[in-house]
Design a protein around this ligand. Structure first.
Ligand SMILES: Cc1cc2nc3c(=O)[nH]c(=O)nc-3n(C[C@H](O)[C@H](O)[C@H](O)COP(=O)(O)OP(=O)(O)OC[C@H]3O[C@@H](n4cnc5c(N)ncnc54)[C@H](O)[C@@H]3O)c2cc1C
Ligand code: FES
Length: 353
């Protein structure tokens, strides 16, 4: 049998991928992922973890079929799956395909590798701390992005910048990190054993940043997911942004709330209406808490009137179940998927599966 027929009948014939907005067209072999093949062609396809957890390689399949190495559904929402979104790092081609990637043009700095040292860690709550890392040279980043910390014997762990960027970059980076029970990195970090440890760090990564527009913005944070939103809001405030803003902060109890002074400062200097609402899910009934209780996803209709749904942009970060519930609620209210931006704080339990 000729090599051509062997390939055809063994099912290993490559399929062609068309990738927009670059208008690129290239073959993807049966042993390659879409991302691997695109990178081999020097296409600047956004990516970071390559194991299906960070969401950086999200793109929309507009023609053809792919199979998923690991389920796209942990990282993408049900609504995104229904709209044809896939993860290029987990996609193998079953036919010729066309995909569309959202790119940020030339506005995002290229990720580079830095050497960092943990110089300070301060508790914010009983299970969230502020980590300060000093790096060998200034890193430019856009508010909302994150870095990957590559500590010895651990695959990269992603953490969002908690402070607004500075012109010329920052040499001192701050992250807000939640202790994950059984977590290889955070368990060790919280013992203080990593103080002064030197390690490699890459960044900036990610496509979570404030998009242009004039309509209202609604920001939602769960736990340490407040970090990138504080970076984004401090930056917007410094740039005197004039857009109505609502910040919803979900926590279990009053003891889980933090950075309230920073939020107050943002609110007091914001150039338009700014509403802040902490929402507690497990606060004891007799604690005297007079604020809101439950989950903020159920409260979204209060903040997004029907007439403004298509003009509103949503920004959120936190645990995967919170993001999934919020995407469902926001799309039900009429927000287009393109106006919903998030980083899901996924961990290695998914990659392990
Ligand atoms: C884009 C992005 C930004 C992020 N930003 C932040 C941030 O700003 N702040 C923050 O706190 N977090 C953030 N995260 C999450 C962070 O990257 C880590 O995933 C988190 O800190 C846990 O790391 P860890 O090493 O402690 O836990 P891991 O070792 O990853 O373990 C996490 C959990 O999975 C379980 N697990 C591990 N291996 C297995 C296995 N084989 N089978 C079953 N279960 C397993 C562990 O017991 C533990 O409960 C972000 C994540 C992403 C993707
Ligand atoms: S690079 Fe594909 S999900 Fe992270």
């Amino acid at each position: 049998m000729s090599g051509f027929f062997k390939k055809l009948f063994s099912g290993s014939a490559p399929h062609v991928a068309h990738v927009n907005p670059w208008g690129a067209e290239f073959p993807v072999s049966s042993s390659q992922t879409l991302l691997e093949a695109a990178l081999a062609q020097n296409i600047p396809f956004p990516h970071n973890c390559t194991v299906g957890t960070c969401g950086s390689c999200k793109c929309r399949l507009t023609e053809g079929k792919v199979s998923a190495i690991t389920d796209f559904g942990y990282t993408l929402s049900r609504e995104e799956l229904a709209a044809g979104y896939i993860l290029a790092c987990q996609a193998r081609l079953k036919s010729p395909i066309t995909v569309k990637v959202e790119t940020a043009g030339d506005n995002l700095p290229e990720p580079e590798t830095y050497t960092g040292q943990i110089t300070r860690q301060e508790p914010l709550t009983h299970d969230i701390l502020a980590l300060t890392v000093e790096i060998d040279r200034a890193m430019p980043y856009v508010a909302g992005q994150y870095a990957s910390l590559n500590l010895p014997a651990l695959a990269g762990r992603s953490y969002s910048f908690a402070t607004a960027p500075e012109r010329g970059g920052r040499r001192e980076l701050t992250f807000y990190i939640r202790k994950v029970p059984g977590g290889a990195f955070t368990d060790k970090l919280f013992t203080g054993a990593l103080q002064n440890t030197t390690f490699e760090l890459t960044g900036p990564h990610g496509h979570f940043f404030l998009r242009g527009g004039e309509g209202p913005i609604i920001c939602m944070a769960g736990g340490s997911g407040l970090a990138p939103l504080l970076s984004l809001l401090h930056d917007a405030r410094k740039n005197r942004l004039r857009r109505r803003c609502v910040l919803l902060f979900g926590a279990r109890t009053q003891a889980d709330l933090y950075a309230l002074d920073q939020i107050e400062e943002i609110k007091n200097t914001w150039q338009d209406e700014f509403t802040f609402l902490p929402v507690l899910s497990d606060e004891p009934a007799d604690s005297g808490w007079t604020g809101r209780r439950g989950f903020f996803t159920g409260m979204l209709p209060e903040f997004i009137p029907a007439a403004q749904a298509t003009a509103t942009q949503a920004y959120m970060c936190g645990p995967p179940p919170m993001i999934d519930a919020a995407v469902t609620a926001l799309t039900a209210l009429g927000l287009p998927l393109e106006a919903i931006h998030y980083d899901k704080f996924t961990d290695s339990s998914h990659a392990a599966k």
